[in-house]
Write a protein that binds this ligand. Structure first.
Ligand code: NAD
Ligand code: DAU
Length: 375
């Protein structure tokens, strides 16, 4: 039987991949997205003319709009992807993170609660509010620490992760206090098609093919746990279908890599898939730059609960997922050009222009390059 879902933030990276997957499964999607710099309707171009993908530009904090969408479309679930998602931007300018990730999530919860209370008992029992969150709420691990479990205490270190932690607490409270059937997922770093090129993977691929420096923060030894985006979306589907209200599920790739390993892997794959015309490998573009303030050293996710209780496992290997990802960016030049708006250029100039002053101290002499904008 097909489902009817209100997705928020469905024009962003993970949200759009989720929406495309849901439409291929014939589920009707109402997609509420503010279309910030990170939201892009081109991500959804495969759905143009699709009557069962209803796109609405708007804010999750606009209660009247959310109320109307819930009332008009009567969804069986809300899946909340909408957020400000980039750690560096939260350091540069945290205000919008507080507004969307905390205040916006609160308004969305309030409207979902009021809608849910008005449902008949059988629909109330089936309804789910799935909040898509991050492993960053757990803070940073030492080299020998065990991976984050659902019982790891929250210790967010950036304005981004603090805002996500605050929303997680609100979501949890709406279950415990009001009975709203919420679930939270805390996922590790995603990579894949349609990711805005401020994040490490697409930034590296796009800078590399344009011959620009590949900025690596600090010593490049920070560790993240990498998961292909379709595997995350599949996990969310499994949680929606079989997850228990009031529960949290960790999601991860069990694939810990240092940042320098990621960048080197992307460079080697690009050497094979899109060889440079100049006689130097892509890795010669690697440039160590000033570290991110408060940079978390290591994330690792223990996803044994979702594996054991719901039977989910990642389908993609790191190598196959990275290959698919690079292929997508190489093939979708129209998308690549479209995201490089003036606002994107300003961000790159501000972020990496400032880092340039400190790059020489950290970079081996041979690879200090002039950081430049991505155009
Ligand atoms: P993204 O930045 O690519 O997309 C966010 C989307 O939300 C954009 O389309 C944007 O327009 C929309 N949006 C922002 N503010 C809004 C508002 N007030 N109302 C409605 N829409 C709004 O982010 P992403 O990487 O796709 O992440 C999606 C969610 O998954 C986020 O909540 C993020 O915290 C979480 N997450 C991301 C990762 C990752 O590696 N990218 C990992 C774990 C969890
Ligand atoms: O762990 C899940 C989180 O993963 C999500 O909640 C966030 O929304 C998502 O953005 C991501 O956060 P990170 O900060 O880990 O992702 P980012 O791609 O910004 O950086 C990955 C690592 O690479 C991090 O250690 C910082 C480093 N980095 C990043 C950029 C942009 C660099 O070395 N150079 C760069 O230019």
């Amino acid at each position: 039987m097909s489902a009817n879902i209100l997705v928020t933030g469905g024009a962003g990276f993970i949200g759009s991949n989720f929406v495309l997957g849901e439409r291929s499964r014939k589920n009707r999607i109402v997609n509420l997205d503010l279309l910030t710099y990170a939201g892009n309707l081109l991500n959804l171009s495969d759905l143009s003319g699709d009557p069962d993908h209803i796109f609405v530009q708007g804010d999750i904090g606009d209660r009247a709009l959310v109320r109307k969408l819930l009332s008009d479309y009567q969804p069986e679930a809300v899946v909340n992807f909408a957020a400000e998602s980039h750690v560096d931007r939260s350091i540069d300018s945290p205000e919008s993170f507080i507004q969307t990730n905390i205040v916006g999530a609160f308004h969305l919860l309030e409207e979902a609660l009021s809608f849910w209370k008005g449902l008949a008992a059988d629909r109330r029992a089936r309804f789910r509010f799935l909040h898509v969150s991050t492993d960053e709420v757990y803070g940073s691990l030492g080299p020998e620490d065990p991976a984050f479990t659902e019982k790891t205490p929250y210790a967010p270190n950036s304005p981004y992760s603090a805002s996500k932690a605050a929303s997680d607490h609100l979501v949890r409270a709406y279950y415990h206090t009001f009975g709203l059937p919420t679930m939270i997922t805390n996922c590790s770093n995603n990579y894949g098609p349609r990711q805005f090129p401020e994040k490490l993977t697409p930034l590296t691929v796009l800078n590399a093919i344009e011959g620009h420096p590949l900025p690596v923060y600090g010593d490049g030894q920070n560790i993240r746990d990498w998961l292909f985006v379709d595997d995350h979306c599949e996990a969310l589907r499994v949680v929606l279908a079989k997850g228990e209200a009031g529960k949290t599920y960790n999601i991860g790739g069990s694939c810990e890599k240092t940042n320098i390993e990621i960048v080197n892997t992307l460079c080697s794959l690009l050497d094979e898939m899109a060889p440079r015309s100049v006689c130097a490998p892509y890795s010669s573009l690697i440039t160590f730059v000033k570290d991110r303030p408060g940079h978390d050293r290591r994330y690792a996710v223990d996803c044994s609960r979702i594996e054991r209780e719901l039977g989910w496992r990642p389908g993609e290997t790191f190598e196959s997922g990275m290959r698919k990802t690079i292929r997508w960016y190489l093939d979708n030049t129209h998308w690549v050009q479209s995201v490089k708006s003036g606002a994107y250029r300003d961000w790159i100039a501000r972020q990496y222009g400032a880092a340039e002053e400190n790059s020489a101290a950290l970079a081996p002499q041979s690879i200090v390059g002039k950081l430049q904008s991505a155009t």
